[in-house]
Design a binder for this molecule. Structure first.
Ligand code: ADP
Ligand code: MG
Length: 390
């Protein structure tokens, strides 16, 4: 069954009546721009054709109940109790339920709306969880779009993205940027979202993959990412240190031409962390410009360079990601890089439509030969952002 059908079925099972409507929001993949978001820099993700669906119906008692195919137990709370629970007592709520309930809380806090109708939400998804495709932004986006409509809040897409981020940061407790939510909200078929993480200005940029006969392969290594632990925190701290040494508010304020001076002023590790972020910001700008001027085939070298920078300067790759990237390239990919926060997760490869099967087979064989667990390899297509589906 489709995820949309599952959400509908789950709602019927929960309430015995038809839902008021069905809303959805996509996951995303980051084409280029890694660890630049919290440095106030640039990212270039796109929304994918894997979505999370929310079937929603009104109830008359001022309560909110959420249920998901993830967990047979529904979670229910009075809407006026959300403020008591979040953020201090969030541990009392099942972790998955903090995403949709956190969005409800964030929306009400942002708007000051009171007396809104009670709601039942049934959630189902075909976004793989923990593969670096942001199933979290998808559940936040679908919930935000649904509640905004039914509660008549009239928020714009950026405000809905911000509510998702607030939910994730404060109600769930995951210290993430806003890239994922913006991509999930603003996505468009065959286009990417070029986002300035400082101003939150977003440009929808045509990718032209389909017209060029290109596919974007996701190669999920299945290796677990450990975002919240040591490595991620160490990288953030190094970036802050680097900016402080250079006397700028954020690494975004440095240009490639500043790097020789940075190298003189800081230790080798800090310098390499800084060099990754500064050159990655430039690669995002170059990728957008190259796409506009020459089309998608011309961005392969930038994807490759991004991977090398993450592997050697930021040191967040793992052998599985390097093998996926190197093998895909050797098998004919136009460009490839690890994507997401690092320490596992997925890599992406831009490949000719006719090479999808051979690149996939080459990576699978290389993993088997290396004794790694079989990767999960599939194509994703740039798709529309959050919307009402029915
Ligand atoms: P990802 O990289 O997929 O975003 P995260 O750890 O950020 O990984 O978010 C995954 C978490 O989001 C899940 O563990 C779960 O708590 C929640 N989540 C995502 N999709 C759903 C869903 N369909 N139903 C319930 N919870 C979900
Ligand atoms: Mg996430």
């Amino acid at each position: 069954m489709t995820a949309a059908g599952e959400a509908h079925g789950l709602f019927m099972q929960l309430t015995g009546v038809e839902p008021t409507g069905l809303w959805s929001a996509p996951g995303r993949v980051n084409l280029i721009g890694e660890h630049t978001d919290y440095n106030d820099g640039f990212v270039f993700p796109f929304a994918i054709d894997h979505r999370t669906y929310v079937a929603l119906g009104r109830r008359s008692d001022g309560r909110i109940r959420v249920t998901s195919t993830f967990d047979p137990d529904a979670v229910e709370i009075g809407i006026d109790e959300l403020d008591d629970v979040f953020p201090e007592r969030r541990d009392e709520i099942a972790e998955w339920a903090r995403y949709p309930l956190g969005v409800a809380w964030a929306l009400l806090r942002a708007t000051g709306a009171t007396g809104v109708t009670g709601v039942d939400l049934a959630i189902a998804s075909d976004v793989p969880v923990g593969a670096g495709l942001s199933s979290s932004a998808a559940i936040e986006g679908a919930t935000a779009a649904a509640l905004d409509d039914v509660w008549g809040l009239g928020l714009d897409r950026v405000a809905l993205a911000q509510a998702g981020r607030t939910a994730e940061n404060e109600a769930v407790g995951a210290p993430t940027g806003i890239m994922d939510q913006m991509a999930s909200m603003l996505g468009r078929a065959d286009a990417g979202i070029f986002l300035d993480c400082r101003s939150l200005e977003a440009d929808v940029v045509d990718l032209g993959f389909a017209a060029a006969g290109l596919e974007l392969l996701v190669m999920d290594t299945g290796v677990k990412h450990a975002h919240s632990t040591g490595g991620y925190g160490e990288r953030r701290a190094a970036c802050e240190r680097g900016a402080e040494i250079m006397g700028v508010p954020a690494l975004r304020d440095l240009a490639v031409a500043d790097l020789p001076r940075a190298e003189e002023l800081m230790d080798d590790v800090t310098f390499r962390r800084v060099r990754h972020v500064v050159t990655e910001d430039q690669r995002v700008l170059d990728a957008v410009q190259t796409l506009r001027a020459e089309g998608p085939r011309a961005i392969g070298a930038l994807l490759d360079a991004s991977h090398v920078s993450m592997r050697d300067d930021f040191e967040i790759s793992v052998p599985e990601l390097d093998l996926a990237v190197d093998t895909a390239r050797a098998a004919g990919a136009i460009g490839a890089r690890m994507t997401g926060g690092g320490f596992g997760g997925a890599a992406i490869a831009l490949v000719d439509h006719g090479h999808v099967a051979s690149v996939t087979a080459a990576v699978e064989t290389a993993f088997a030969d290396a004794g790694f667990a079989a990767p999960h390899i599939f194509t994703v297509h740039p798709s529309d952002g959050a919307r009402r589906d029915g």
